[in-house]
Ligand binder design. Structure first.
Ligand code: DX5
Ligand code: ZN
Length: 220
């Protein structure tokens, strides 16, 4: 049986002077990954709700919003109103993750929880019963184009096992350094949803690269 996987291009690596054309090239994606960076939680600034609204108007793809911000409580409503289908916040930033998950769900949107490389799996286990997606960072958040951290593989596996023990199957998403030479390892560890920025937008044929990634992730 072929494993079902989701490919999520990260538009952080898109050509912002031709964003519409880049979006047209990735119509075969399952999710569109939208990285929000505030210059505080991470040392970089990306884009906010205004551009999300324009992206929403341009594409039918599910919008997977990854909030790398220190104050998710204050901004989730704006991102939901701007078109997010999934809102993922960092466990390191949330004051009360359970409450945040409830607030996201109350708006009819899926909720994700993310953990940075130095945060152990245990930090998110209390939320597995309620969450729709777990985002395991496989680089230090903040920038595209970094190398995949292999030491995250056991964490992906531990989270997958904890989900199975609870009889739950949230999406297990990996983000950072996902490319043809790393995706099979992440998939074998238990990830089913794969964010890729530079590997997709840096390819001459983005559709072919997505198909290649999908085949490698499915083929484990
Ligand atoms: C990094 C972002 C990623 C980034 C991934 O903080 O969360 O989504 O765009 O870029 P690549 O795939 O190039 O590592
Ligand atoms: Zn991301």
């Amino acid at each position: 049986m072929t494993k079902t996987v989701n490919i999520a291009p990260s538009i952080l690596s898109a050509d912002f002077m031709h964003l519409g054309a880049d979006l047209n090239d990735i119509e075969e994606a399952d999710l569109l990954h939208y990285d929000v960076m505030d210059g505080h939680f991470v040392p970089n600034i990306s884009f906010g709700p205004g551009i999300l609204k324009q992206v929403r108007a341009h594409t039918e793809l599910l919008l997977d919003v990854h909030l790398m911000v220190t104050n998710p409580e204050e901004v989730i409503d704006t991102y939901i109103e701007s078109g997010a289908d999934i809102v993922t916040f960092h466990v390191e930033a949330a004051e009360d993750p359970a409450k945040l998950i409830d607030r996201i769900h109350a708006k009819g949107v899926s909720a994700g929880i993310s953990l940075s490389p130095d945060t152990p799996a245990e930090a998110i286990l209390p939320y597995l019963a309620d969450i729709d997606l777990v985002l395991v960072m496989t680089v230090y958040p903040g920038f595209g184009g970094q190398a995949f951290i292999d030491a995250m593989l056991p964490k992906i596996q531990a989270i997958g096992e904890a989900c199975a023990a609870l009889g739950r199957s949230p999406m297990i998403e990996v983000d950072g350094g996902i490319a043809p030479d790393t995706i099979a390892r992440a998939s074998a560890a238990g990830a089913d949803t794969f964010v890729a920025g530079s590997a997709i937008f840096g390819a001459a044929d983005k559709g072919a690269r997505m198909a290649e990634l999908r085949r490698l992730a499915e083929g484990i």
